[in-house]
Design a binder for this molecule. Structure first.
Ligand SMILES: Cc1ncc(COP(=O)(O)O)c(C=O)c1O
Length: 489
């Protein structure tokens, strides 16, 4: 076991009038810290010199207290590694009847109703695996790590005192400029760098958008089926969701108008609907914009993976068609680079810039600066464009292999909607199929199947699977589809 803690000073309060020696007080502090598990086995404690200096006392009482704790087996000293809490105390029995931190005693303790209504992340087996057919995953081994590491190292070397101060509330100017150029050029957005807000992924983009635009009780159109993490953000804000069905043309706008004409906002994934993968038709796009304009509603456009379009040129964004500044556009680097980066962006109508700045300042003052600047350099040197071009080819091969394997292994009657773009597609199954049971059995064979019905809130859920192919190697795909066939049959 490695030592941890690196000699962090524990809280020790000495009382010279306590009637107990300093040595005894130090001994008692460590002993109770260990018994109460505030100090854990393997954790390194400060040197006698550091502790004596911190407590403004001579080293002798500290030396004597440590010697006694070592003699009694609470501490162990190791040459070169300093003194650590004894590893032999790895699982001490609870010392007294105080509950463990977080234990609730009887019943639930009070918390915000909205927070308790949010489901805890499900510990479903398909959440954990990488490879065929995990969702939200990219081809991790294809990312140009040497290039990225070189830029990181260069920027580290160049860091000065200014770089350690708070950054800009809406994100580094260099990255906002790079993002605006990229979006104007490849996604047909109408935007200037001032309209761009850098955030930690689409998830924070949504959270911020909801805080600025919506009130508790605001009605929001939500795609049905739709992206669960978006739904949860609206729920957490106390919004009333209006599930609007999705068909082969995307969100059914007329159904939305019937169900909730007066809604304050609509959340849509028009370029590649999540999870069904359909593309919103031009007619529906104009109808949606028209509705928003006529009703003073906002459109929240989540454009999370449309860089990867295989059958035709990328579809222009809704934002680019919007003449009335009703669209808040959200994008992410999670799919085009990697999700751990936690970088994404919002493009705002001009009149929303100031309200977003004000609310964002309260939320987190601004995004961390370092990786924004690394990314801006990565883009400026052309690596970003090159990476997208290369990955489009790789993902196309994977997608073709997947569609082909589905046809040959599952039969041509199984449809694969959503295969024109992005990193996932869906297959639907006959109503009698027990998708959850299949997914659980699949996980035991290292096959990660995400049940389609989980993305529906109402009745009408269709059994099926959302299959991610981002992190599935080409050779892995056909055998994985065979496994799927065996499980279904
Ligand atoms: C519909 C949708 N939006 C956004 C994202 C990306 O979220 P983030 O940028 O927070 O990583 C995903 C990821 O899987 C997604 O499926």
């Amino acid at each position: 076991m490695k030592s941890t803690g690196s000699g962090i000073l524990p809280t020790i309060v000495l009382d010279r009038n306590a009637g107990r020696s300093l040595q005894r007080q130090i001994y008692d502090s460590f002993r109770s810290g260990i018994i109460e598990r505030r100090l854990r086995p393997g954790q390194r404690i400060p040197s006698t010199r550091a502790l004596a200096t911190e407590l403004s006392i001579s080293r002798f009482p500290v030396l004597n207290a440590y010697a006694q704790l070592v003699a009694e087996g609470y501490l162990e000293g190791r040459v070169g590694a300093g003194t650590v809490i004894s590893r032999l105390l790895a699982n001490p029995a609870p010392s007294d009847d105080r509950p463990e931190a977080g234990a609730t005693g009887s019943g639930r303790r009070p918390m915000a109703r909205r927070a308790s209504a949010i489901a805890a992340p499900r510990n479903a087996p398909w959440f954990h695996g990488i490879g065929a057919f995990g969702l939200g995953q990219v081809a991790f081994d294809q990312f140009p790590l040497p290039v990225w590491s070189r830029i990181v190292a260069r920027r580290c070397r160049r860091m000065d005192a200014k770089a350690t101060h708070y950054g800009e509330i809406t994100g580094s100017k260099v990255l906002r400029e790079a993002v605006a150029t990229y979006l104007r050029t490849s996604r047909s957005l109408r935007c200037e760098p001032e309209q761009v807000v850098i955030v930690s992924g689409s998830q924070q983009a949504l959270e911020l958008t909801v805080r600025v635009l919506l009130d508790p009780g605001s009605r929001v159109w939500m795609e049905e089926p739709g992206y669960e993490l978006a739904r949860q953000v609206f729920r957490l804000a106390g919004c009333n969701l209006v599930p609007v069905p999705v068909d082969a043309e995307g969100l059914n706008v007329d159904a939305g108008i019937r169900l909730g004409r007066k809604a304050r906002a609509a959340f849509v994934t028009p370029s590649h609907q999540f999870p069904l993968g359909v593309v919103m038709s031009a007619a529906r796009r104009f109808r949606l914009l028209q509705w928003a304009q006529a009703n003073g509603a906002w459109i929240i456009e989540d454009d999370y993976d449309s860089e990867y379009r295989y059958e035709s040129m990328p579809i222009a964004s809704l934002q680019g068609l919007d003449d009335h500044a009703r669209v808040v556009y959200i994008g992410t680097f999670s799919k085009v680079l990697f999700p751990a980066l936690r970088l994404g962006y919002i493009v705002l109508p001009v009149d929303l810039i100031e309200p977003f700045r004000a609310v964002r300042r309260v939320l987190d003052i601004g995004p961390p600066t370092f990786h924004q600047e690394v990314l801006a350099e990565f883009i400026a040197e052309g690596h970003f464009a090159r990476h997208i071009r290369r990955m489009r080819g790789i993902y196309r091969e994977r997608k073709d292999m997947l569609v082909d394997s589905i046809r040959s292994e599952l039969g041509s009657e199984v449809e694969t909607p959503g295969a024109e773009a992005g990193l996932h597609l869906t297959i639907t199954l006959p109503a009698r199929c027990r998708e959850i049971e299949i997914a659980e059995r699949a996980a035991q064979q290292q096959l990660w199947l995400w049940p389609l019905s989980r993305y529906y809130t109402g009745r009408g859920a269709q059994p099926g699977f959302v299959l991610g192919f981002g992190s599935a190697g080409l050779k892995e795909i056909r055998p994985a589809v065979r496994k799927l066939r065996n499980l279904i049959s």
